[in-house]
Design a protein around this ligand. Structure first.
Ligand code: SAM
Length: 260
């Protein structure tokens, strides 16, 4: 088996169908609340903090932060469909969130504009070029103020390597079936995703590739981007501090770092 992947897959995959295929993790408000609880244990968030949710999709984390009183939040993402959904949700809830379309490798944002940059929900490692993630982290450093905070939440590559099965499928709402065929190649997980609607047939047949990071690799990359005070956090102990289970953060690497 060799799953071939268009290097630009990430430009088209994140749309309304993705919100269905990944509904279990990205459309469950309880999971998002739990993730923000964990984040609140790690970052010293002041009420007026300027927060950038980079690769923030439909802004689920930012909307939750905003509901908790953090009113200076921006979501940046490449996907116009997700941004448009997030914009609609924010308007309906009367939440003052800015949504910006852009590429995380080159941000149209002034230097030192934010106190915190968040990259959550496994949003690194999509670009074929190995140096692209370094470019993204270097941009994070540039848009952060002095002693600003970066928080990365990325799948634990070691756990993925140990636990991944070559084939998996799940059903959503009794109507949609998501089948994934996967292999690990050149440090990446490559997958073919087929999405079928029982009533109407094939909805999507697309391949994607995500780079797998070990904790050491990710820490080294963050250091290369010029960050200091790099710390790895245990999602379990962060959440146990509030007596909750670890939910979808179980197989994650949570790394915080600061600008010099
Ligand atoms: C798995 S989703 C996670 C979204 C969000 N962080 C969450 O947890 O719900 C990954 C997101 O990263 C965005 N993305 C990937 N590469 C990007 C890039 N180079 N620039 C901007 N956004 C990007 C995608 O459009 C997608 O919305």
């Amino acid at each position: 088996m060799s799953i071939s992947v268009d290097p630009d897959w990430w430009r088209t995959l994140f749309d309304e169908i993705y919100l269905v295929t990944d509904k279990r993790s990205v459309a469950d408000v309880n999971i998002t609340r739990h993730e923000i609880d964990i984040l609140g244990h790690i970052l010293p968030l002041e009420p007026d903090a300027r927060i950038l949710d980079l690769c923030g999709g439909q802004g689920r984390h930012t909307l939750e932060l905003c509901r908790r009183g953090f009113r200076n939040c921006t979501v940046l993402d490449y996907s116009r469909p997700l941004l448009s959904l997030g914009h609609g949700d924010a308007a309906r809830q009367n939440l003052p969130v800015s949504f910006i379309q852009g590429d995380a490798r080159s941000l149209a944002i002034d230097s030192a504009s934010f106190d915190h940059v968040l990259i959550l929900g496994n949003s690194l490692g999509y670009l074929a070029d190995r140096e692209a993630d370094l470019q993204i982290l270097t941009e994070c450093r540039r848009v952060l103020s002095a002693r600003g905070w970066l928080l990365l939440d990325v799948a634990d590559g070691g756990a993925v390597r140990r636990q991944m099965t070559p084939n998996a499928w799940h059903e959503i709402d009794g109507e949609v079936v998501v089948c994934r065929e996967r292999e690990i190649r050149e440090g990446c997980v490559c997958a073919r995703e087929m999405v079928l609607r029982k009533s109407s047939g094939l909805v999507r047949d697309q391949n994607y590739r995500i780079r797998l990071y070990s904790a050491d690799d990710l820490v080294a990359l963050v250091a290369r981007a010029g960050f200091t005070d790099i710390q790895q956090h245990d999602p379990q102990s962060a959440s146990l501090a509030r007596g909750k289970d670890v939910g979808c953060m179980q197989q994650r690497l949570l790394i915080s770092a600061r600008t010099p």
